[in-house]
Design a protein around this ligand. Structure first.
Ligand SMILES: *[C@@H]1O[C@H](CO)[C@@H](O)[C@H](O)[C@H]1NC(C)=O
Ligand SMILES: *[C@@H]1O[C@H](CO)[C@@H](O)[C@H](O)[C@H]1NC(C)=O
Length: 984
């Protein structure tokens, strides 16, 4: 088990090292924003609920991390400690209930922490301890009932604290929490359960914005100067709050006070506090009719720039209503009232400095003819959005001739008089969108020579007639989207000399009129033709954009009802500056290989869902798009990611291949697209077989290329398993195992051979010959069982001792009629020496080794001893007789030939040298003994049995005797008559 895991690891390691295929990365639950340089990460709507798992693989370089809309309930300690560079951490909209006290440890650089929209009811006082640099802390939409006094104590850099929509009741305790936050600028306590503003500590002097709307405040109860430094104060929607609470309160510094839907009387407020009226938002204070008139009376002595009077139920504005007020210099906002008619703005006749008037969300139905004497020359911006205006009469704006900005959008204007906009020569922006206009006339916009933006979106226009825009020579943006335009008359766009953006999306145009748009070629940059009815059936060379070399952005996506069908092959000719092209949702039957040839500046191309069935992207179709940075080809039925098609996109950074039919991806091609940082391959039927083993390897590794959502890609061919971890070891087994085992064996051999050579050289050599002799013997036995011994003894000796053999041994033994075998005399010529030796040993009854110093130095002699010993041990035939010509120290026997053991087990005779006292009788004894030994037979089975018994007896006798004793016993027998057998 462990073995196979280990092997797998080794195999993988070897593979990765050898082939270096790892070039991309992915995250389990997050994605890195493309081109964010490993800094911005999003982990949204993942199935994982464990926060440490979600963020575990995010790179430590991350500065912005957003983890939203997950089912996280708990934030563990040290969850982000591997992300010390974080400056923004957004954890909103999860289900967080608990946060460990060490959850945000190590986030010293964090500036923004957003915990909004969770279920937090408790925060440990140490939880923000490490966040010294935090500036924005957002805790809105939670269940906090109270807050620990020391919770914020380390947040010395905090600017913004958001606690809206919690269950906070105790204002005093809250002030205590923040009183030392000397950088705090904004505190939001809206939508809580505060009932008063009693306090035992001061607000930090830095606090300038305090939001307390939608609480249960019924009194304030704070010190008079408690709000001394506050500049923006919102107390709205505290319906029980009344004017008396403000008695004596110092609101001198207030720059914006909001009190809508409280019980406060505006006049009393101005009496009770020293607030500057111009900083009060008078919305929602029931200021209508007389109350409004009397308010103005109060304001007489003040200069007011903004008069905000929203939501006061104002229905009628009398001519003198605002005449008591001092001049309002900037804005009057009467939105969300009940005004039915503005007449000709007579109620402003004494306000001749007003620049902006907003009457949105009222009940206006008609803008009337206003060629009156009341001229509001200061009026620049007029907004009547969100009314019920059906009709705009001629000269409706003659009383405000200096208008630059007119917003009539989101009404039901069906009738716009030819002369409605007469005289508005300064008008720059005209919003008529979201109405019911069916017609515009050639003189509708006649006077609007300064107009830059004309928005007619979402009306009912069906035909744009000739010359309707002809005086709009300054127009930059014309929005005609969302109408029912079927036709643009040939001169419809005449006069638009500076038009840069033309929106014609969601209309019913059936074709693109090249001559029409061609008139705009010098200036047009954006052309939006999305969702029209453009359709081509037959292949032809048609280039509607031929001169439009300034066009940057062209949208042709989603032609209704079934797509553009066919792209004429030279369709995009001339668009040499185009940067973005949208062709999604178009059911195009194949693209010609030249389709995009002219688009040399293209940076963004989306073709999502643009094909019927299988897309046939022709080789070379993108060949000129070297500046393309983003290519989106989702759901095009693309089957292969081939070099011929994609190979030239060398500038490509993002590639979206989701929902295509490709089962694999060519890694070498991806590697060639060196600028690529993001490849999205979700919902492609990637197969989990060996064909993709390299891809799997490739998708995890270095930091060049992000392969988002990798961990959720499943195997097409193995339901239930995942692409990122399907088993690939079988794919690499052949090569890797081969590499592994050969390297391994080689290394082992390199290590062992020298050791073996030193330690066991002789053993091997002998074993080899012993084996050979054994084998030879078996063979010979089979062949010639009855063969008799040819010699009585084979004499093994070294040539240095030849003299002794010839002069002493030979005459003595052959004289006594023993047949001797001598190698120089009896060995067969031409036969292998080893075979000769074997033959000699086996055809002689005994082997006599003549041992001397020279003998021991000869390896052949050792072999002869070995062979003879073999017969002793294996065949129970004692054939070896050792004759020592000179005394040999035992030590030498061991060191020279490692044959000590063999020697110790054998009988030997010592040749009495010349230094003997009586050499002649000693020599005679020697010869007698030798002859007796030679004569002693050892072949009979009876004798063998006897020997064995003898041996057993001896062994019993010697039991317990140690090695030294045995050596001694043997060593003292050189002249003894006895023959001893010491069997192993
Ligand atoms: C905190 O912010 C300041 C100023 O932005 C910066 O100089 C300091 O290094 C930051 N501290 C840490 C721990 O990042
Ligand atoms: C914090 O999260 C809330 C809730 O999703 C969101 O409305 C708000 O814009 C976020 N604020 C910041 C500063 O990210």
């Amino acid at each position: 088990m462990a073995d196979s895991v280990c092997r797998e690891l080794i195999v993988k390691a070897i593979f990765i090292c050898l082939l270096k295929l790892a070039f991309s990365y992915s995250f389990r639950s997050c994605i890195e924003l493309p081109e964010s340089n490993h800094k911005i990460f999003r982990c949204i709507k993942c199935h994982e609920t464990d926060i440490t798992t979600i963020v575990g693989d995010v790179f430590p370089t991350a500065t912005n991390l957003t983890i939203s809309r997950n089912n996280i309930t708990y934030i563990q300690g040290q969850s982000f400690s591997h992300l010390p560079s974080l400056t923004s951490l957004v954890l909103d909209d999860n289900h967080i209930v608990n946060i460990h006290r060490d959850a945000f440890n190590n986030l010293q650089k964090l500036k923004t922490l957003n915990l909004s929209c969770n279920h937090i009811s408790f925060l440990h006082r140490d939880v923000f301890n490490d966040l010294h640099n935090l500036t924005d802390l957002l805790l809105g939409n939670n269940n906090l009932k109270s807050i620990d006094m020391f919770l914020f104590s380390n947040l010395t850099n905090l600017n913004i604290l958001d606690l809206r929509r919690n269950h906070l009741k105790n204002f005093s305790a809250l002030v205590e929490c923040i009183t030392n936050l000397s950088s705090l600028i904004q505190l939001d306590l809206s939508f809580n359960y505060l009932t008063n503003l009693q306090h035992s500590s001061r607000l930090p002097n830095s606090l300038v914005r305090l939001y307390l709307s939608d609480n249960k405040l019924h009194k304030l109860g704070c010190d008079k100067s408690f709000l001394k430094y506050v500049k923006v104060l919102d107390l709205s929607d505290n319906t029980l709050l009344s004017s008396k609470s403000f008695k004596g309160l110092n609101l001198k510094n207030i720059k914006y006070l909001r009190l809508r839907f409280t019980n406060v009387s505006a006049s009393k407020l101005l009496n009770y506090t020293k607030i500057q009226p111009r900083y009060v938002d008078f919305s929602g204070l029931k200021l209508k009719d007389r109350a409004l008139t009397s308010l103005c009376f109060h304001l007489k002595v003040y200069q007011i720039s903004k008069m905000i009077l929203q939501s006061n139920s104002i229905g009628v504005l009398k001519k003198n209503t605002f005449c008591n007020c001092a001049n309002i210099t900037d804005v009057m906002d009467l939105s969300q009232n009940e005004i039915k008619s503005t007449g000709c703005l007579q109620f402003l006749h004494c306000q001749n400095q007003l620049k902006t008037l907003k009457i949105e969300h009222n009940h206006l139905t008609r803008l009337m003819f206003c060629n009156t004497s009341t001229q509001l020359d200061s009026m620049k911006n007029l907004s009547y959005r969100y009314n019920r205006i059906l009709e705009v009469s001629g000269n409706a704006f003659s009383n405000t001739p200096k208008l630059t900005n007119l917003e009539l959008n989101i009404n039901i204007i069906a009738y716009l008089d030819h002369k409605a906009l007469r005289g508005l020569k300064d008008l720059v922006t005209l919003r008529l969108d979201n109405n019911l206009l069916t017609d515009i006339y050639s003189d509708s916009f006649q006077d609007l020579t300064s107009l830059k933006t004309l928005n007619l979106r979402n009306n009912q226009l069906s035909v744009i007639f000739d010359y309707v825009f002809q005086n709009l020579s300054n127009l930059r943006i014309l929005d005609l989207g969302g109408n029912k335009i079927t036709q643009l008359k040939p001169h419809a766009l005449d006069g638009l000399q500076r038009l840069a953006k033309l929106y014609l999306d969601r209309n019913r145009l059936k074709e693109i009129d090249g001559t029409l748009f061609g008139k705009l070629h010098a200036t047009l940059q954006v052309l939006d033709l999305q969702a029209n009815h453009i359709l081509y059936y037959t292949e032809h060379t048609y280039s509607p954009f031929i001169n439009m070399s300034k066009l940057l952005d062209l949208k042709l996506d989603g032609q209704q009802p079934n797509g553009i069908n066919l792209l004429p092959c030279a369709f995009f000719r001339g668009l040499t500056s185009l940067k973005s092209l949208y062709l999604t949702n178009n059911h195009i039957i194949g693209f010609g290989a030249e389709t995009f040839d002219d688009l040399k500046s293209l940076e963004y191309l989306t073709l999502d869902n643009s094909c019927v069935g299988i897309a046939q992207l022709k080789p070379g179709i993108f060949k000129n798009l070297r500046k393309l940075k983003t290519l989106s080809t989702e759901n095009m039925g693309i089957k292969s990611f081939s070099e011929a098609v994609f190979g030239n996109l060398t500038g490509l950074k993002q590639l979206h291949l989701n929902r295509n039919a490709m089962m694999t991806l060519d890694i070498s091609l991806l590697d060639k697209l060196t600028n690529l940082t993001y490849v999205d391959m979700r919902s492609c039927p990637l197969s989990c077989n060996c064909q993709n083993s390299d891809l799997q390897n490739w998708t995890i590794g270095s930091k060049r290329l992000q392969f988002p959502y990798l961990f959720s890609i499943t195997c097409q061919d193995q339901p239930g398993s995942y692409f990122h971890n399907f088993l690939t070891n079988v794919c690499y087994l052949d090569i890797a195992l081969y590499l592994f085992s050969s390297t391994f064996t080689f290394t082992i051999l390199l290590t062992l051979i020298p050791l073996l050579y030193i330690k066991l050289y002789w053993k091997f050599k002998y074993s080899y010959y012993v084996f050979r002799s054994w084998f030879g013997e078996q063979w010979r036995r089979l062949k010639d069982q009855e063969e008799k011994y040819k010699y009585d003894a084979f004499i093994s000796y070294n040539s240095a001792d030849e003299d002794w053999v010839m002069e002493q041994l030979l005459p003595n033994l052959e004289g006594s009629s023993f047949q001797l075998c001598l190698h120089h005399r009896d060995f067969e010529l031409g036969r292998d020496i080893v075979d000769n030796i074997v033959a000699a040993v086996y055809s002689s009854r005994k082997t006599i080794c003549v041992v001397s110093q020279s003998f021991l130095r000869s390896e052949w002699c050792s072999l002869e001893i070995q062979l003879a010993s073999y017969r002793l041990f294996q065949e129970m035939q004692d054939v070896l007789l050792l004759v020592f010509l000179e005394p040999i120290p035992e030590r030498q026997l061991s060191t020279y030939h490692r044959m000590r053991k063999v020697m110790l087990k054998k009988t030997y005779l010592q040749w009495p040298g010349s230094d003997c006292s009586d050499p002649n009788s000693a020599k005679e004894l020697f010869w007698n003994k030798l002859k007796r030994a030679l004569r002693s037979s050892n072949t009979g089975s009876q004798e063998k049995q006897k020997m064995k018994e003898q041996n057993d007896q001896k062994r019993q006798d010697k039991e317990g005797a140690d090695q030294e004793e045995r050596e001694y016993f043997v060593n003292q027998t050189p002249v003894d008559d006895e023959v001893y057998y010491l069997m192993p």
